[in-house]
Design a protein around this ligand. Structure first.
Ligand SMILES: Nc1ncnc2c1ncn2[C@@H]1O[C@H](COP(=O)(O)OP(=O)(O)O)[C@@H](O)[C@H]1O
Ligand SMILES: [Mg+2]
Length: 341
């Protein structure tokens, strides 16, 4: 593999090997023994709700935060003992503002390019090309302080493309972006990998991990609770999620048994009135289920089949939903905290 900045990792197989990483803030174990192994040349997704410990994990891997226990290697280099080497092998973008607010997008990219040793003309061309690719040409002259969150995120990623380090950490690269910009980000991320980089990204969205990642770790309260390929994870969750509500609450137990029998999965009774949720590998089975329920004389007040949400992934894997405290905390607030620490 050739890298644009000329740096070569010395461990061809593993971009990341993290072993028992722990980070404690006061009495909060933010990261509680995380193991991660990321193959070089792949896209690895760390999936989890707000507060799960994703950013803290990335900060330790990126040498920005010292682990309280455990160890991690980046392309074979220890993040603590060889932090200088590690820093040359990685790029971190996403929840980190890395650019000067008062300068324009073009100026920022030119500065980055010059710092990386590009000549004046080359830097100018690089900046223009990247701005074009990220749909920022019209905003090129505006100072960054007038940029929206989505524009900033795109510029941040563009800046990381100048050097294109062997390993790129993307911390929630598409949170809060509109669908078009999101799709554009996905393309760029795929391109990074097809041109030789390894990407470790965090996300709160199952579909994003699904679209991009070769392997996924699901992280909850500082623990990796599931790990595998997208297909393996899906098998445990189902490709869609069935939600039923029975008209007569006294039917709920029989309805649950019927769901479990016909779908061959475990159904969850919601604390919400008379509601059943079940993972479904095959959406077509819903026809059989509805017939079976009708034959038992169970009347439904509501049926829906949806893609599994992160809540359901969690419910299936951990036996509990995404915590209320995580739900109440807005992503923007969390991001601001993450930047300030
Ligand atoms: N610098 C810090 N000081 C104290 N607590 C922190 C700090 N950074 C993160 N936390 C806490 O650690 C937990 C994990 O946070 P974080 O890694 O940001 O999660 P995520 O990125 O998955 O949303 C949360 O409970 C968060 O409030
Ligand atoms: Mg985070």
């Amino acid at each position: 593999m050739e890298y644009k900045n000329g740096k070569k990792p010395n461990n061809g197989d593993w971009a990341v090997e993290a072993n028992g990483l722990v980070k404690v803030f006061g009495d909060n174990k933010a990261v509680d023994g995380v193991n991660l192994n990321v193959k070089a040349g792949s896209i690895y997704g760390v999936l989890g709700p707000n507060g799960a410990g994703k950013t803290t994990t990335i900060r330790m891997l990126a040498t920005l935060l010292r682990p309280d226990a455990g160890s991690a290697r980046i392309f074979g280099h220890d993040v603590q003992k060889e932090s200088q080497i590690v820093r040359q092998l990685i790029g971190v973008t996403g929840q980190y503002a890395s650019v000067d607010e008062s300068l324009s997008a073009t100026e920022n990219l030119i500065i980055f390019s010059r710092l990386l040793g590009l000549g004046r003309a080359e830097a100018r061309k690089k900046a223009a090309d990247l701005l074009e690719e990220f749909g920022l040409t019209e905003a090129a002259k505006r100072p960054l302080k007038n940029f929206s969150g989505g524009m900033r995120r795109r510029l941040d990623l563009a800046a990381s493309l100048i050097a294109q380090p062997p390993l790129i950490f993307l911390d929630e690269p598409t949170t809060g972006l509109d669908p078009r910009t999101r799709a554009q980000m996905w393309d760029t991320i795929r391109r990074l990998v097809s041109t030789g980089s390894t990407v470790l990204l965090t996300t709160q969205y199952l579909d994003e991990a699904d679209q991009l990642a070769d392997r996924i770790a699901v992280i909850d309260r500082g623990h990796v609770v599931a790990e595998g390929t997208v297909d393996e994870l899906k098998q445990s969750v189902g490709t869609s999620s069935l939600q039923l509500r029975v008209l007569d609450p006294s039917d709920i137990e029989m309805a649950r048994q019927t769901v479990e029998h016909v779908l061959g999965v475990q159904a969850t009774l919601s604390s919400e009135a008379a509601k059943i949720t079940a993972p479904m590998a095959n959406a077509d089975l819903v026809t059989d289920l509805l017939i079976a329920l009708r034959e038992k004389g169970i009347t439904l007040s509501e049926v829906s089949v949806q893609k599994p949400t992160l809540d359901e992934v969690f419910l299936t894997i951990t036996g509990h939903g995404v915590e209320e405290k995580a739900k109440e905390t807005g992503t923007e607030t969390k991001r601001a905290e993450a930047v300030n620490v």
